[in-house]
Design a protein around this ligand. Sequence first.
Ligand SMILES: [Fe+2]
Length: 162
Amino acid sequence: MTEPDEPIEVSSPVCYAQEFEDYNRPAPLPAAELAGFLNVLLESERAGARVLARWCHEAGPDAGVGADTLAAVRDDEARYCAGLTEHLTRLGAEPSHVTGRFYDKAMTIAAWPDRLRFLDKGQSWVAREIRDKLPRIEDTALKAFLQEMLERHEHNLKLCAV
Ligand SMILES: [Fe+2]
């Protein structure tokens, strides 16, 4: 029997809060799934870089966005190709050499407002995918890289908005 002056042990609400947080934390992406995700991004960025390399030379007054802006976005896409390749290699995965289907589809579009709308669709998809997967990525360096990539895509989406 408990003596009246014996302290009663209770669980701290802070402990419960930690357990609740751990329980609700999304499961980290398994290595194979993470490599697959990074390779899909790599293929998409490669497609984006190739598309913009073409389009920045074809941008006239009707483009709605300057050739310099398109060239800057192309450079960002190329930088993310290099970064994704580095992270995949560091994580022991094979970087894909495929160019995403975005490139072939983009090459069928001749009119400028339609080109920018298609670019917006592709860049928005990349941003959405990163936003969705970020909570499941634990590697600190990769997380920081993808966060910067997400913010840059959001910035470029505004630059190329039609
Ligand atoms: Fe992109």
